[in-house]
Design a protein around this ligand. Structure first.
Ligand code: PLP
Length: 386
């Protein structure tokens, strides 16, 4: 928040501020989806729907899960709501009793600990290491599970690192979970389809079918389909869990937007060329980022396998002097100095649970990205020892 305010002040002074901090695709909504939304308005299909969404959409989601993820869910084991975020929150509210522990691999999406707190739970972090590609290993999971552990959140692919758990990774984690029958799993798969190098994110239930009755899968159309503002997410889980989520949603968001549901139906039914074209574009930008960061003194990174973020190790700048003359002690200092000296906005690593790092997002066109990477390099050449 402080950095956003600082960026706004610089802009107001007429400074050229370049933001590599966004968390949403820069491509617009796919045309068939947008047109289906407009057609719904013209037809007058603009009324409340069932709390769990249109039956036709739940059926299309069941088909998608079968076709792309190899898991079978009935339409009444699926619910649709206004974005995946509210489904993650209501799933936590449905599952947690006061002081239940939730395991969250770090680095993590900033909302998880806040949502867990909202649902009266307690976050317990599991540290990951760059040398393991920021993935938890089966022994890390085993060691973290305690008597109060109720749930594991698995964000696959991960924001902010882009780490992917493959089918084999999940099968190995599944073996650990098989020994702990009281631990449920919430999988957040919102960055599915934005995967690179042919590395495919696995699905926990497909890899470990015996976990089906305690797994809640959450996904949505925001990132893979560029439908962020339409607000459309979905969850699949055994009926008793879906029923509680629906009961909570019925007193909160109620039904998701009818218009967005028709758009989502079209997006899921359309040829997936749009999705694949964007995936390739992000992969090309990822390559630009990896090459530039690797050549920037003081910075290092593990090449992201997916999504549109690079989680950059800036430990080489810590304790050193920024061009402003200030010593940089934390990644928040790094973020402030980059903004002040170069007008470059990135997100410091501290809120993601691993420092000193920063998250650089590449949801900007290649020319803007190249400009941002040039600013980063120029800053690096001006960092001194004293
Ligand atoms: N999960 C993760 C890991 C995210 O990064 C985000 C958005 O930034 C979401 C969920 C929320 O997406 P939605 O637009 O579906 O609410």
């Amino acid at each position: 928040m402080a950095l956003t305010r600082f960026a706004a002040e610089l802009r107001a002074e007429g400074r050229d501020v370049l933001a590599l901090s966004a968390g949403e695709p820069d491509f617009g909504s796919p045309l068939p989806a947008a047109e289906a939304g407009i057609a719904a308005i013209r037809r007058g299909d603009t009324r409340y729907t069932a709390v769990d969404g249109l039956p036709a959409l739940r059926k299309a989601i069941a088909e998608k899960l079968e076709r792309e993820n190899g898991v079978a869910y009935d339409a009444d084991e699926i619910t649709v709501s206004s974005g995946s975020k509210i489904l993650l929150l209501t799933a936590l509210m449905a599952l947690l009793d006061r002081d239940d522990e939730v395991l969250v691999p770090a680095p993590f999406w900033v909302s998880y600990p806040e949502m867990i707190r909202y649902a009266d739970g307690v976050t317990r972090l599991i540290a990951t290491k760059p040398e393991n590609g920021f993935r938890i290993l089966p022994q890390d999971l085993d060691a973290a599970i305690g008597p109060r552990t109720k749930l594991l959140i698995l964000n696959n692919p991960n924001n902010p690192t882009g780490a992917i758990y493959t089918h084999a990774d999940l099968a190995a984690l599944g073996e650990v979970l098989a020994r702990h029958p009281r631990v449920a799993v919430l999988t957040d798969e919102i960055y599915e389809h934005l995967n690179f190098d042919g590395v495919v994110p696995g699905n926990l239930v497909a890899s470990a079918p015996y976990l089906r009755d305690r797994t809640i899968l959450v996904n949505g159309l925001s990132k893979s389909y560029g439908l962020t503002g339409w607000r459309l997410g979905f969850a699949a889980a055994p009926k008793p869990i879906i029923a509680v989520i629906n009961a909570l949603n019925s007193q909160g968001v109620s039904s998701p937007s009818a218009i967005a549901q028709y758009a989502a139906l079209a997006a899921l039914s359309d040829s997936q060329d749009f999705r694949d074209r964007n995936r390739r574009e992000y992969e090309a930008r990822r390559d630009l980022v990896v090459a530039a960061i690797t050549g920037t003194p003081g910075l290092d990174l593990v090449a992201p396998q997916s999504a549109f973020y690079a989680y950059v190790d800036c430990s080489g700048w810590i304790g050193r002097i920024a061009p402003s003359g200030q010593r940089m002690e934390t990644d928040e200092d790094v973020a402030r100095e980059l903004l002040g000296s170069e007008g470059l906005a990135i997100v410091p690593g501290a809120p993601f649970g691993l420092s000193p790092y920063f998250r650089l997002s590449f949801c900007v066109d290649r020319a803007t990205l190249a400009d941002g990477l040039k600013r980063l390099h120029r800053f690096a050449t001006r960092v001194t020892n004293d």
